[in-house]
Design a protein around this ligand. Structure first.
Ligand code: CTP
Ligand code: MG
Length: 378
């Protein structure tokens, strides 16, 4: 059962005033039409884009050969009609979208299709309106105030059975959306819940709003944290060296309450500080004897579970080991794998440096580590 998505992109975008067709305007590093195509492609067997006359080749090279490009018309209705001629005979359902709604989600399209599969001929997304809407006459006087609770602001993609859409487009009418043509045939049009992110880009202010949706997680929800740790090399030559989640044979370890893994401890502190969950001492200090001698991996796992319970997920972690020995390079990948595994597969980087003979690390008296962590509130 095949599905076609039509995306009219044939407008000039006069109100946006960008000196190029609106569909080619950039949003977060991609054009509006690329956003729309990438959101709709996962549910589509066929994607047809109607473009301004003369720009067919430019759109085709931008969107690739999987997308069918057709020449748009003078109005949106004409652009959709032009695209309809290319719809595959195998298509049972056709969704008509707008390049001007680049962030409408794949999920919204899926929900539209679900209603079509349940038997509806026409399904459109809509949001409740917050403003009171009034009908006014040409002289600017109010003629009617419809009951706001019965009003919906309608979005795209709008879904139809193929026959319904083809029949609707046979009329000579113009409408600002395709459901308008279907309504004229007295075919019931079902409204389902739309999305804030399916907002329409009309003016430059709309681009700013869309940017906020796109970067919501990077802007508001990111947290960065820092952690350091240092330990003196042990005077006990049998003390095992644990560092970066690995055991280092032929190295003398460091003294400490736990296994003395400075890299793991610095990462734990960085994660706890990013999540505002205190530090190693406040979570696993001497008041928690069960953590005496705990391995770096155990503390990392426990830290991951603390920040997960606080509502955060790890973006990445970086740790730098400071000291004369051991040499990290030959076992760097092993260390990364061990730390990452303890952190549920989070991206980890491990670097190392000496300090040119300076300080306790340079004098070979001990080991230190510095870590940063980036996390996101889920
Ligand atoms: N559209 C189209 N063909 C037209 C006019 C509009 O395919 N002749 C498309 C637009 O590209 C857009 C959608 O219909 O994706 C909704 O139209 P609108 O937001 O009005 O876009 P523009 O017409 O480009 O903008 P403006 O009205 O400001 O010029
Ligand atoms: Mg227009």
């Amino acid at each position: 059962m095949s599905i076609t998505v039509i995306i009219p992109a044939g407008g000039s975008g006069e109100r946006l005033g960008a000196n190029l067709p609106k569909a080619l305007v950039q949003l977060g590093g991609r054009t509006l039409i690329e956003h729309a195509v990438s959101q709709m492609s996962p549910i589509a067997d066929q994607v047809i884009v109607a473009v301004p006359s003369g720009l067919e080749a430019q759109f085709q090279s931008l969107l690739g050969s999987e997308v069918t490009v057709v020449t748009g018309g003078i109005t949106r209705t004409e652009s959709v009609s032009a695209a309809l001629k290319q719809v595959s005979k195998d298509s049972k359902y056709v969704l008509v979208h707008d390049a001007a709604r680049p962030l409408a989600s794949t999920d919204l399209a899926r929900r539209i299709i679900k209603e079509l599969e349940a038997g509806a001929d026409a399904v459109i997304p809509g949001l409740k309106v917050v403003d009171t809407i009034k009908r006014v006459n040409v002289d600017g006087f109010v003629t009617k105030t419809p009951n706001r609770t019965k009003l919906r602001a309608i979005q795209t993609p709008q879904g139809f059975t193929r026959e319904t859409l083809i029949t609707a487009h046979k009329s000579e009418s113009e409408a600002t959306d395709d459901a308008g043509l279907v309504e004229e045939l007295d075919i019931p049009v079902k409204v389902i819940l739309g999305e804030d992110r399916a907002l329409k880009i009309t003016t430059p202010e709309d681009l700013i709003r869309a940017n906020r949706f796109l970067f919501a997680t990077t802007d508001a929800e990111l947290r960065v944290g820092i952690g350091t740790d240092a330990h003196a090399f042990s005077s006990d030559p049998s003390r095992v060296m644990a560092l970066a989640g690995l055991v280092w044979a032929n190295e003398i370890g460091v003294d400490g309450h736990s296994d003395g893994d400075v890299a793991a401890h610095a990462i734990c502190d960085a994660l706890l500080s990013a999540a505002q969950c205190g530090d190693l001492g406040s979570n696993f200090g001497t008041s928690r004897p069960e953590y005496a001698g705990a391995s770096g991996a155990t503390l990392l796992q426990e830290t991951l579970s603390i920040i997960t319970r606080a509502g955060f997920a790890i973006n990445n972690v970086a740790v730098q080991i400071v000291g004369n020995r051991p040499k990290i390079g030959p076992r760097r990948q092993e260390a990364i794998d061990a730390l990452s595994q303890a952190l549920g597969g989070a991206p980890v980087s491990v670097s190392a440096t000496t300090t040119d003979g300076l300080g306790f690390t340079g004098e070979g008296k001990g080991l230190a580590a510095i870590a940063t962590a980036l996390i996101t509130r889920k």
